[in-house]
Design a protein around this ligand. Structure first.
Ligand code: BGC
Length: 448
């Protein structure tokens, strides 16, 4: 048996995102987002699901905050729906949208929970998409204006800000792979978007400093780890490219003010270039206060010529998989954190997402999701190892508080530590909830 212990001042939390939980898509002046459009178009989301109602958290947030209080978390990461604040992206402010988040944030503060606010978790106002979305540099200006509005409005209340959630998903998953809104398949387009997102991030950080905001700001890229099947250079290089697609491609510009050359060369081979305008790299290269890291999965891979974008194939090695099919690979979590620290120094890191999809259903009112608890134990052990090795971990937030709208998978995939019955909206705390609660209150857990 081992005791896995965490620093006393480490913050514990959970995370969600607006479109995945709020519902109320037509209420109080909210404008349509690209996810409304995408999910309502046939064939994009499993079972034709959409976020119209989701967990109805727009109306049930008080109940959700009671659940958080019971869990004992220090910090709650949520996202603001940009189209509630600016229904057309860059026109008039919608006071009702601001009012909702004020009520919500006030309740959180009353409960003694620190709000961590993500400004962009994928619900781009449709009106901006109609003008080219993130491919159009005007969207950058609209984003900075929206961020500025939020900063001024919530000054003194919200002290942790995240500009972007998972810029890789916003760019490549949504515009090259085409699995998420708006659903394009164009590598050059996706690369333009990746770059514009970084510029938007950097200019937002500048705005935050200019306004002399109290608090901290960062961004939250998603990461993965591919372990080379062998020591052969071609295996090592292939894995390195895929890891860099998530880490260095988005973090080098922020921390070093440049793109990694080997990746620029690789993209060039694929006929794609990063279109950098004067001043962009300086804008992106702004000191941030913390880095948010999202990590779910990784695996073993080897070189395979002309396979996918980066010439590799996955090697099946019998790893356990979660119910969404992702291998459970906790060593990868440690490796990602080490790699980031080795490359960029001891940046303060919040794990802004880590969790698993298991679709256990309630039996006699109880959800026995032992596999989720095991996943949490394994990943928290990897986290604790990383801390021992000098990674500067400030907090850990699990994804997710609630089962919710899992994007292209609709409601068919459950990531919550709280079960949601989508018919009645009843919430049931799963076994993993109670385990997490105990761990938060102890600051350690035992691993047999
Ligand atoms: C996203 C979440 C999503 C989760 C599980 C992350 O990619 O930020 O919104 O639900 O992973 O797929």
């Amino acid at each position: 048996m081992a005791i896995i212990q965490f620093p006393k001042d480490m913050k514990w939390g959970t995370a969600t995102a607006s479109y995945q939980i709020e519902g109320a898509v037509n209420e109080d002046g909210r404008g349509p987002s690209i996810w409304d459009t995408f999910s309502h178009a046939p064939g994009n989301v499993k079972n034709g699901d959409n976020g119209d109602i989701a967990c109805d958290s727009y109306h049930r947030y008080e109940e959700d905050i009671e659940i958080m209080k019971d869990l004992g978390i220090d910090v709650y990461r949520f996202s603001v729906a940009w189209p509630r604040i600016f229904p057309t992206g860059d026109g008039e402010v919608n006071p009702k949208g601001l009012e909702f988040y004020h009520k919500f944030v006030d309740k959180l503060l009353e409960a003694g929970i620190e709000p961590m606010c993500t400004l962009y978790h994928w619900d781009l106002p449709q009106a901006l998409q109609d003008k080219g979305g993130w491919d159009n540099r005007e969207t950058i200006d609209a984003f900075v204006r929206y961020a500025e509005t939020m900063f001024k409005e919530f000054s003194g209340k919200i002290k942790f800000w995240i500009t972007l959630n998972e810029p890789w998903c916003v760019s490549y998953l949504s515009n090259y792979i085409g699995a998420h809104a708006p659903g394009y398949q164009d590598l050059q387009l996706a690369t333009n978007i990746a770059h514009h997102l970084l510029v938007a991030h950097g200019r937002t950080v500048q705005k935050f400093r200019e306004l002399n905001m109290e608090g901290e700001i960062g961004f939250a890229p998603n990461t993965t780890w591919l372990e080379p099947f062998s020591d052969k250079q071609e295996d090592v290089d292939a894995c390195n490219r895929e890891i860099a697609y998530f880490i260095e491609w988005f973090m080098d510009p922020v921390f070093k003010g440049e793109y990694p050359q080997f990746m620029v060369d690789w993209f060039k081979k694929k006929g794609v270039e990063v279109k950098i305008e004067e001043g962009d790299l300086e804008d992106i290269h702004q000191p941030i206060d913390f880095l948010g890291i999202n990590y779910y999965t990784g695996h073993i891979a080897r070189y395979k010529e002309n396979e996918g974008l980066f010439d590799w194939e996955m090697v099946e090695n019998g790893y356990e998989r979660t119910d969404i099919g992702w291998p459970v690979y906790h060593e990868g979590f440690y490796n990602v954190l080490k790699r980031i620290t080795d490359s960029y120094g001891k940046v303060p890191i919040y794990i802004t997402e880590n969790g698993s999809c298991y679709n256990d259903e309630p039996v006699d009112g109880r959800v026995k999701d032992d596999r989720r608890t095991k996943y949490l134990k394994q990943h928290l052990t990897a986290l604790s190892r990383s801390i021992e090795s000098g990674v500067n971990i400030k907090g850990y937030l699990t994804w997710s508080l609630l089962d919710n709208f899992e994007w292209a998978e609709g409601y068919s995939k459950r990531f919550g530590i709280v079960y949601v019955n989508y018919r009645t909206q009843e919430r049931i705390k799963k076994d993993s909830f109670y385990w997490y609660k105990q761990t938060i209150s102890n600051g350690f857990f035992e691993f047999e």
